[in-house]
Structure formats: C-alpha cells, structure tokens
Ligand binder design. Structure first.
Ligand code: XIL
Length: 445
C-alpha cells in the first residue's frame, strides 16, 4: 500500500463531514464550491467558548474562493463573525473550491517520480503529459500549484504549453503592480494584466492578484506625494479600481506586500508608513474587501517563512488585524530560498504555518524558488520536496506558487550568480529533478 493512496484517498468532503462542517454546493465555473464559513461556524460552535475556527485548525476551512463577491460572501462573513468566540470578527471565506474536480490526469502512481528515468519529449521540451501530472497531483492533495507568469512570454508556444500543462494557479509576475496598472494618476492600464487573466481562463487556471500596496515598483507620481490625505486617497482609489476591475477574475489578492522591516522590529519605513502610519494596512485590506468581498485577502512577505524576529512580527501584526476585525484571510510566505535546509528549515516553516493557522488564517507558499549558485540539482530537488511537503501536511496551506516557469526567465538570473537555475523547468522546458521533488511531495511520497 503506497503512502500517497493512503494519505489522499479520503475525500476532503468526508473530512468536512467528520468535522461537522456543512457543505453548501453552488455552481461557479463548473467547480464544486463548499462552504468554509459553515465549516468555521460549526467548528466554533462545537468548540464552545474560546474554541473558534482557529483552534479547530484542521477543519479545512478557508479554501480558495472560486467565486467573487456576491451576497453569499457577505452573509458568510457576518455569520462567521457571529460564531467566533476568540478573535474578533471572523473574516473567513464562506465558499471554497474543491480543486480536485479540475484534475485532468489521474496520477495514480505508487512510486516516486524521477524524471531522469522518465524520458522527456524527444526534442528536449516539456512532455505535456508529464507536466500535467504536477497539477493533477496538487489537485489530488487539495492544493493549487501556481507559477508567476509574465505576459511578455505568452507569445512563446513552449512557455504557454508548459505553464498551462503544469500549473493551475497563476500570479502575474509584474503586470498587476502599481507601476503597471496606474502609471499615471487615475489612468489605469490593464492590458498586460488582462492578458494574464485571459491566459488563465483559457486554461482553467485560477489567478492571484499581485500586489496592491508595496514600496517597490511604485510609479513616480506616488513616490512624489508629500501629503497624507493625498496618499491615502491615492491608495484607496488604486485598490478600489484595480480590485473592481478584476472582480470575478482573481480569487485572491496580495493586498500588502513586504510591509515589515527586515530587522523584524518595526514596519518598513515606506512612504505609506511615513505618511499614513501603521493603519495603512487595515485601510488597504478594508478597501480591497469592499471592492471584492469574495476575494481571499493576503499579506505577503519574505524572510518571515520560518522562525525569527520578522516572522514573529508578521504573526503579531496579523493577529492584531484580526482582533480589529480587519478582513485578512491569510499570509503568503514567499520562500525565495537556497537549497540549504536551515534558512528556514521545514520544521520552522511548519511551526510558523501552524501558529498562523491557529489564528484561523490560511497560508500559501507564494513565490518559491531555490537558487543553486553553489549547489546541485539533487539538493534543490530535496529542498523543493521538503517545503512542499510541509504545505501538504498543513490543513490551511492552500497553494504553492513557484516564481517563474523556465530557469531562463527567472528574476534571479545574474543576481547572486549568473545562472541560479531556481525553478522546476530548464531553459528548454525540460522538467528538472526539482519538478519530481514537488510532484512527489504532492503525492505524499
Ligand atoms: C520581481 C519580479 O520577478 C521581477 O521581474 C521584477 O523586476 C521585480 O519584482 N517579491 C515579490 C515579487 O513580491 O513581486 C518580486 O518580483 C520578487 C520579490
């Protein structure tokens, strides 16, 4: 009996039933949508006073919302708040997607995949069938597998074929950032972002918007603002316009990106913090929720994946937001990392995820890459495997996203070394050992 089958044969549906969750079916984009809020409410009720959604931990609630906005979302939010005893308003999602329905290929393997054994396509490019096993395995484990996608690469057939075969989740690498979407004040340019959402829709992929408020890749006109009211108005307008434009097309948003200082002792000294103070995060999340009540709203950062002052700061920050009733639904752990097992270790990542989950928050691995400037592809495979396995083991870890498709387009090229080869596909779209590592982790192998 192989581990994968034992581990994943029990449908999420059954687990919900065991936990007293009440699934509510509705149709959205041909997906089965479950009511995570119902799950949370029941969990809170079953847990009694102080036993809110967070402390049930394994309810599986908070699945990526396949819908967008709508009355059901609001109803769920309110009901969730009413049923929660321990942490202010429950801003948990009310609907969830069972992505396993999307599985295109039954992986059905009893043995770990080693792509060095399984021949790649004769021309060295990605074997679409093999690539598809990745998203199928992720779906069977109840997770999404994502990649950062660049609109400029969508004219390359091998890029499109590989990305669509392997991944069921998309993060625009740059196309929804502030400098791309509002280069001039109140003049919105959605062409590149729209190209990404169109690509995703054509291939049955979900989209996470990235990112609304960030100190980097800001247009000059924002950086030039020297007035708190003007900056606040600009931020709220930006969030409102961008989220409204993509309402119904993106299931989640990185609302605020990298707001915490690297020392983990304060917020980053960004223009937003300078003029608006710490409250800008609450205001940003509230504005995003108002524009799309159905979107899963995330705080995203690097260097806060495992143990340490920065992850402690992020934890306390989101805990405070929840206590104030701010509509935050999860935390993105970027996971730009090297192959060493210690920075952070899988155990540290698991512990950090667990404390965030105990608050009732979802987590995602949001930007994973593993640079191998001085290492090798086997160590890289292990690193990818072990981090993805942590996500698979955590009930509220919804997705793993890698920050690009082939190595040749990685943002890390030339940064710490010329060719860090940090991704799952080589320059010819051949799946690397790292691909096997991620696939096997999803299979529980
Ligand atoms: C990077 C992109 O990959 C690059 O193309 C761009 O030049 C700079 O931004 N954290 C984030 C991402 O949240 O938006 C960054 O993406 C990588 C680090």
């Amino acid at each position: 009996m192989n581990r994968a089958r034992r581990r994943f044969s029990k449908p999420l549906f059954d687990r919900r039933a065991q936990l007293g969750c009440v699934p509510v079916l509705r149709t959205f984009a041909s997906l089965m949508i479950l009511s995570a809020a119902a799950c949370r409410r029941d969990g809170a009720a079953l847990g009694g006073a102080g036993g809110g959604a967070g402390s049930t931990g394994g309810a599986g609630g908070g699945w990526l919302d396949g819908g967008s906005g709508g009355e059901g979302s609001e109803a769920g939010m309110e009901a969730g708040a009413a049923g929660r005893a321990d942490a202010g308003a429950d801003v948990g999602r009310d609907v969830a997607v069972d992505v396993r329905r999307d599985a295109a290929v039954d992986v059905g393997t009893d043995a770990a995949v080693d792509i060095r054994r399984d021949a790649a396509a004769p021309d060295g490019s990605a074997d679409a069938g093999l690539a598809m096993t990745l998203k199928s395995a992720a779906a069977q484990s109840g997770r999404l597998i994502g990649a950062a996608i660049g609109a400029s690469h969508l004219s390359e057939a091998a890029y499109v074929t590989t990305a669509a075969a392997a991944f069921d989740f998309v993060t625009p690498e740059n196309e929804m950032k502030w400098d791309a979407t509002e280069p001039t004040q109140n003049v919105f340019t959605f062409g590149s972002g729209d190209a990404i959402t169109a690509f995703a829709q054509q291939n049955g992929m979900k989209v996470k918007g990235h990112t609304l408020v960030w100190h980097s890749q800001l247009p000059d006109w924002v950086s030039a603002i020297t007035d708190a009211t003007a900056l606040h108005d600009a931020m709220i307008n930006h969030i409102t316009q961008v989220v409204s434009h993509y309402r119904g097309q993106v299931i989640a948003w990185d609302v605020v990106n990298e707001a915490v200082d690297d020392d983990g002792e304060s917020l980053r000294d960004s223009i937003f913090y300078q003029y608006l103070g710490a409250g800008y995060l609450d205001d940003a999340f509230n504005a995003a929720h108002a524009a799309d009540p159905g979107a899963l709203l995330l705080y995203n950062d690097y260097g806060a994946e495992g143990a340490g002052a920065k992850s402690d700061y992020v934890y306390s920050m989101v805990q405070g937001m929840l206590a104030r009733g701010v509509p935050i639904n999860g935390v993105g752990l970027q996971m730009h990392t090297g192959p060493a097992d210690t920075s952070p270790s899988p155990a540290q990542v698991a512990a950090n995820m667990e404390r965030l989950e105990a608050l009732g928050l979802n987590v995602v691995i949001s930007e994973m890459d593993v640079q191998i400037c001085t290492s090798d592809v086997d160590t890289q495979e292990t690193r990818f495997h072990d981090i993805v396995a942590v996500c698979v083991a955590e009930p509220l870890c919804l997705a793993v996203t890698v920050w690009g498709v082939p190595d040749k387009y990685s943002w890390l090229n030339g940064v710490n070394c010329a060719t860090p080869q940090p991704l799952l596909f080589d320059d010819n779209y051949g799946p690397k050992p790292a691909f096997s590592g991620v696939l096997n982790a999803f299979l529980g192998l």
